[in-house]
Design a protein around this ligand. Sequence first.
Ligand code: G3P
Length: 216
Amino acid sequence: MKIFLDTADISILKNAYNSGLIDGVTTNPSLILQSGQQPHDVYQQLQGLGIKDISAEVVGESAEEFLLMAEEYINIGPEITIKVPCTEEGLKACKALSDKGVRVNVTLIFSLAQAILSAKAGATYVSPFVGRCIDNKIDGIELIASISEAYIIHDISTQILAASIRDVDMAVNSLLNGADIITIPPIVFNEMFKHHLTDEGLEIFNRDWNKVQHKV
Ligand code: G3P
């Protein structure tokens, strides 16, 4: 079970990453735009922080265009995972890259059929978009469960990376239903630590501890 952060905002990411609980980072063109930085700068900074798995999304119309852009990102270092969209051209690029031993994350997965084809194309990861499924009245958690079942039946090594996670329930339910990895915004990661009973219990323990110390 792994936790990735879904962000390109280095300053926000640093804090969560320092927890020591983070296994990787995913980005997409929208997150890069929000960061206000150029993609290479973002990836080099993430690499500098010691992050071992960084998904960098390629953009284009054809497999050739995806591969050209992938080449630039691969040169950054072995930490880079190439993210391609789940289209016919995207999966051609996925096959070419995975045949060369490059990790590929196939993104924008909304159906079991897409997850099956991605596995055939040698994807390291498939990214079902749980939140956007739910936005569109598709049961995103059920999708994860069905991908997991199919991969287990056919002994497929492609890992399920649950994406578009908006809250803690989506995060934990994805893991409970077969996701190998969740990629979550830092704000959701921070929420995962919290429970009001922990806060209340801690307050009592701290109060009692102060009383113990005043007795000696
Ligand atoms: O990992 C994909 C994610 O960044 C998309 O999330 O909330 O825009 O659907 P969202």
